[in-house]
Design a protein around this ligand. Sequence first.
Ligand code: PMP
Length: 424
Amino acid sequence: PSLALLPDLRADFPFFQVHPDLTFLDSAASTQKPQAVIDALTDFYTGEYANIHRGAYRLSALATDRFERVREQSARFFGAPAAEGVIFTRNATESINLVAQTWGRAHLGAGDVILVTELEHHANLVPWQLLAHSCGARVVAARLGEGGTVDLEDYAAKLRSLPVRLVAAGHVSNVLGTVNPVRHMTELAHEHGAAVLLDGAQAAPHLQVNVQELGADFYVLSSHKMLGPGGVGLLIARPERLRGLPPYQGGGGMIDEVTVDGSTYAPLPGRYEAGTPAIAEVIGFGAALDYLGGVGPERVAEHEQALLRLALSELEGMPGLTLYGAGLATLERGETERCGVLPFNVRGAHPHDVAGFLDEEGVCVRAGHHCAQPLMRALGAPGAGGLAGTVRASFYLYNTPDDVHTLVRALRGVSEFFGEEADT
Ligand code: PMP
């Protein structure tokens, strides 16, 4: 069945009016913002701004109410087990560090294993290494299979044979776009008594996510990758996993009673939200969720699928081009799922040179190891020792088939140029 494209949404995004000449294909790094989000920030800063939670005046109560409503909205949007388990952080990275330094410190000890996969972003690897080094635990990675998702046999074997206390897995790879079979992974982990954290930084913007259906104990994401402002992340936790644990950071807002000698701490979620949060940005995130909800996460996913398949059909077989990740035939057979992330290399060219060349044509893409050096090694990308990495184009709801055609045209130019260079 053919996949439906969304209508052109660029009129909702002022960025595209300011830069009509740009083809923005770097949404996996961070997305552009719709006018509705910019308005929410401007309106709040213009006439509604006040600190929250502590004010006795009406404006502060109103700001508190709007902030807390975004917590409830987020809980509904992502199918959180409970709103009190929705913690506002700075980003997905901080959410993972929070779990590592609270739940992790309380539950992991010498010899225990934290099971990750080979496709993890460094944000879902380094915090576990820090924890492991401090408590004598080990980080072990499940291998990737052919389609660029976790090899379930290897994953299950490691769960059986190792003392795994926590699985920390990427829901969607920021390099390959591949969607890990996370529901199945979660079930297996729970059968072996391990808790599960899913890194949804690349999944939440592109798929309909229901944390309860996935069965995750912890789910993390970043606002800036899903049309919202920067400086806001979510940790969605089963409240019982965090209740009674020591705090992560100390300060205002997270306490119950304080004396010079000691303190008692607030219940969830306040216990994990020390200090003044990014109030306007959280309210802006609420506007982003409204916008995404209005378009419909399923339609967003279908749109990106159509763009990805169009790009693959144009680029597979292009001379001098190496594509990574599941190909069109694999996707058509339904063997694996993949979001709209397209990593590639041009033979004979450094990824940064290719990205620079594309930039000359107004095409914005990313190049490098994409904060996933172990995956780069597993892919054997050129210079894996030196980690030259890949070029990466990524699609979102505001991209159009014309953007794909512009990329394809520009890439033809690049591979011809570097092909000739290689020939001379
Ligand atoms: N995980 C994945 C899969 C990501 O792609 C990213 C962002 N590149 C992160 C985690 C970290 O997100 P942030 O930098 O917003 O904390």
